[in-house]
Design a protein around this ligand. Structure first.
Ligand code: NI
Length: 227
């Protein structure tokens, strides 16, 4: 499931994030790429054990944890510590690649299965040319370039790329979610059911049928969730 999440970060948080990102330090993105991705990756990455990185990670995690739609769509069990990248100048693109199935952080020892990938856009689309996230989907290629503060989630199984940034700079945060529900198909079904139930509750209140269907949602989640 590919989903656009609106207003994950507030204006104040965006401004703060950009201030910390200006501090850096930035390192060559290839330092964290796997054997295949290393040939495709030409960008900058914020040094993971820096003070700026720690502050930014907390800010992003806090933002996604309060976002109801993020929760409904990903049903998170573990969230990898968010990373930050910058595209522009000579280091401006990331060719087609796949993300590793299990992400491992050397600094924390954290291991997260990459069921869902998430990118949070930190620059406004008009501030740079190119820099589209291209995701290969069963419907064909999806080209994603969102307003600052918005995010996209997509299956960790997808082949994806970032097109060259030919003007300005593209800043983003990216991370992976290990979901309580491993199957993308089951997660999709739960997300749809949850969304339609909220709409139904708004018009039908707490009628018996709504209560019953809410029970069905939880029973499916109970059947499929692994905590
Ligand atoms: Ni990737």
């Amino acid at each position: 499931m590919l989903l656009h999440l609106r207003k994950v970060l507030s204006e104040q948080e965006l401004a703060q994030a950009r201030r910390w990102l200006r501090e850096g330090p930035w390192i060559d993105g290839r330092s964290t790429a796997g054997a295949l991705a290393v040939h495709a990756k030409h960008n900058w990455q914020l040094k993971q054990d820096s003070e700026a990185s720690r502050q930014l990670q907390a800010l992003i995690l806090q933002a996604v944890e309060r976002h109801a739609e993020f929760f409904a769509a990903t049903l998170p069990k573990k969230i990898f510590n968010p990373l930050f990248n910058r595209y522009g100048g000579e280091a401006n693109t990331y060719g087609a690649h796949v993300d590793g199935a299990v992400m491992h952080s050397r600094s924390t020892g954290q291991r997260v299965r990459s069921d869902v990938s998430c990118t949070v856009f930190l620059c406004d689309p008009q501030d740079y040319e190119g820099g589209e996230l291209v995701i290969e989907d069963t419907y064909g290629s999806q080209r994603v370039k969102l307003p600052a503060g918005d995010a996209v989630i997509y299956p960790g199984t997808s082949v994806h790329a970032v097109t060259p940034v030919t003007r300005g700079e593209r800043l983003a945060s990216f991370f992976w979610v290990e979901s309580m529900v491993r199957s993308d198909e089951q997660r999709r079904l739960l997300y749809d059911l949850d969304r339609h139930l909220s709409q139904l509750r708004a018009v039908a209140g707490t009628q018996e049928a709504v209560v019953g269907l809410t029970g069905t949602y939880h029973n499916l989640l109970r059947m499929w969730a692994d905590t």
